[in-house]
Ligand binder design. Sequence first.
Ligand SMILES: CC(C)(COP(=O)(O)OP(=O)(O)OC[C@H]1O[C@@H](n2cnc3c(N)ncnc32)[C@H](O)[C@@H]1OP(=O)(O)O)[C@@H](O)C(=O)NCCC(=O)NCCS
Length: 176
Amino acid sequence: MSDWVLDVPLGTERLELREHRAGDLEDLLVFHGDPQVTRYTPWPVRDRQQTGAALDKRLTLTHAAGPGQAISLAVVERASSTVIGEVMLMRRSDSTAELGYAIRTDRWGQGLASEAVAALLDGAAALGVTEVRAVVVDGNDASVRLLGRMGFTELGVPGPPAKDGSPTRTFALTLG
Ligand SMILES: CC(C)(COP(=O)(O)OP(=O)(O)OC[C@H]1O[C@@H](n2cnc3c(N)ncnc32)[C@H](O)[C@@H]1OP(=O)(O)O)[C@@H](O)C(=O)NCCC(=O)NCCS
């Protein structure tokens, strides 16, 4: 089983996706500490200390050697040199992965999340990933629209319940 190592940074017109850095804490706190952002995420709203611990964990998520391991990248807005969000690729098998993403609220509605996710999907394809799945909490319509733009289709089977017990929906995209 080969290690998954993305050829970072992944660049787009407005963004750079790179490994997290210890100096990212202030930027991360803006969205990890925002209940609007964490409403539908698997993780809770975080204070400074909890965001620091989450960042420490992300500093280690640079490659995925086997199932259950994840790669997390900081989404840097070129214009402001600010980390405005993050994307995550969780390895499920040799060729399948699960996707995660979050963007700070004042950057919603500009296509930046779509731009970041498209870059991550290109990176996943380059690793030989052939199917990507995403689990969305019922009611997270912005996320459903994003997945639709990326070409995902709904599988019609629920995913594991959300952190508050809400039902979830599962989406999949075939790559390559
Ligand atoms: C899910 C999330 C990333 C979506 O963010 P977003 O900004 O709506 O997504 P996009 O970057 O794709 O932007 C799309 C919107 O920008 C608009 N837009 C403006 N300029 C655009 C451009 N150049 N390209 C594409 N869309 C553009 C689109 O019309 C669309 O609006 P709509 O959703 O009202 O139709 C964001 O809501 C978020 O971070 N939520 C919290 C975390 C979360 O729930 N994560 C998902 C867990 S499954």
